[in-house]
Design a protein around this ligand. Structure first.
Ligand SMILES: Nc1ncnc2c1ncn2[C@@H]1O[C@H](COP(=O)(O)OP(=O)(O)OP(=O)(O)O)[C@@H](O)[C@H]1O
Ligand SMILES: [Mg+2]
Length: 307
C-alpha cells in the first residue's frame, strides 16, 4: 500500500504521563476511506492514542503521520483534516447547540455564513434541530453525544476519530450512527472508531487494531475474523443424538445452559461441513450460529493469551 492510500501511519508511538506509560509501542496504519476500529480493554491507551492522532497530545516518542502531515510539526494541517469526537462532550454549558457548532467552525477558520449553514445541516443530520437554540446543558447525555458528532463533522474532515461514539445512545440513535459512519466512509472519509461494544463494531468496521497495555498486539479484518471463528452455538430439538454424534466424531463441545451445545470448530468452511453432516445424519438442528461476534472472539482469545 502506498503512503497516499494511508490516512495514518504510526511507528513505535509512545506516550508517558510522568513515569506512567499509557502508550508503549503503537505501530499500525489506517487505510484511507475505510472504517477501522481501535479495540482494547479499559486503560489500554485507546483515548491517549486517539488524542495523539488528532493532534491534541504530543507523543513522547515514535513517528506519526495523519492525512499526510505530522501532527506535532504541522498541527493545524492535521487538525483541519481530522474531526475528533471525544468520549464525553465538553463545552461551555451556556452556549446553545448552534453556537457550539458555529464556534467550532470559527476555530477552523470557516466564514460565519458557511459555518451557520453547515451547523444547521448537521443539526438536521443528528436530529437536534429543535435544540439549536437551547443551551447545551439541557441536552441529555445521548443528545450531547450526537452534538459531539456534529461538532466533529463541522469542517467536513477527511478523517473522523470517534472515541466510543455510541456511549449513551439509544438503540435507534446507534443504528443511525452506524448508518452515518458507513455513509461517510462510502463518500471517502476515513474513520477510526473505538468502542467496547464489539458486536456493534462487527457491523460497522472493515478491520480492527487491537491494543493491549499500550501496545498494538493484533490486527484483523472483520472478514478474516468471521471466517476464523471457532465457537458455535448449536441447538437441536433433541440434544441426545447430537451429543452422541459429537462424541462419535470427536468434536470438542460443552453443554450450554439453555439446552444448546457449544461446539468448537475452527473456520466457517468446517462449520458449514459440520452442519451439512449433522443434517445428513437426521439430527434435527433448529439453531446454528457463531457464538459471540467476530471481533469478540479475537478479543477474548487475545486476553486469554495474556493471562
Ligand atoms: N493525563 C493523564 N495523566 C496520567 N495518566 C493518564 C492520563 N491520561 C491517561 N492516563 C492513563 O493512561 C492509561 C490509558 O488511558 P486511556 O484513557 O488512553 O485508556 P483507554 O484505552 O481509552 O481506556 P477506556 O477503555 O477506559 O476508555 C490509563 O491507565 C490512564 O490512567
Ligand atoms: Mg478511552
Amino acid at each position: 500500500m502506498s503512503a497516499s492510500d494511508l490516512s495514518v501511519s504510526a511507528n513505535q508511538v509512545s506516550r508517558v504521563f510522568g513515569s506512567f506509560v499509557a502508550v508503549a509501542d503503537a505501530t499500525f496504519t489506517v487505510p484511507r476511506g475505510g472504517v477501522t476500529a481501535l479495540v482494547g480493554p479499559n486503560g489500554s491507551g485507546k483515548t491517549t492514542l486517539m488524542l495523539v492522532l488528532a493532534g491534541l497530545l504530543t507523543p513522547s516518542s515514535g513517528t506519526v503521520e495523519v492525512c499526510g502531515f505530522n501532527p506535532v510539526t504541522d498541527n493545524f494541517q492535521v487538525r483541519s483534516r481530522v474531526g475528533w469526537m471525544p468520549d464525553q462532550f465538553g463545552m461551555w454549558d451556556s452556549l446553545t447547540a448552534l453556537e457550539a457548532l458555529t464556534m467550532t467552525g470559527a476555530t477552523y477558520r470557516m466564514s460565519a455564513d458557511a459555518s451557520l449553514a453547515r451547523a444547521r445541516e448537521l443539526l438536521e443530520l443528528v436530529h437536534l434541530v429543535e435544540f439549536g437554540d437551547k443551551p447545551a446543558h439541557v441536552l441529555s447525555r445521548g443528545q450531547k453525544q450526537r452534538l459531539g458528532l456534529a461538532r466533529a463533522l463541522m469542517h467536513s474532515p477527511q478523517m473522523l476519530i470517534l472515541d466510543e461514539p455510541a456511549n449513551g445512545l439509544d438503540p435507534r440513535s446507534r443504528i443511525e450512527l452506524r448508518g452515518i459512519v458507513r455513509q461517510l466512509a462510502e463518500g471517502g472519509t476515513t474513520i477510526l472508531i473505538s468502542s467496547h461494544v464489539l458486536a456493534e463494531l462487527d457491523e460497522m468496521v472493515d478491520d480492527a487494531i487491537f491494543l493491549s497495555a499500550g501496545r498494538t498486539v493484533a490486527r484483523e479484518t472483520v472478514t478474516d475474523a468471521r471466517s476464523a471463528r471457532s465457537s458455535w452455538h448449536v441447538r437441536a430439538i433433541d440434544r441426545t443424538p447430537l451429543v452422541s454424534w459429537l462424541e462419535e466424531i470427536h468434536v470438542p463441545f460443552a453443554l450450554g445452559q439453555d439446552g444448546s451445545v457449544i461446539v468448537n470448530i475452527s473456520g466457517e468452511e468446517n462449520a458449514a461441513r459440520f452442519l451439512r453432516d449433522a443434517l445428513a445424519r437426521d439430527i434435527a438442528i433448529v439453531e446454528f450460529a457463531p457464538r459471540g461476534g467476530a471481533l469478540e472472539q479475537t478479543y477474548l482469545q487475545l486476553n486469554e493469551e495474556r493471562r
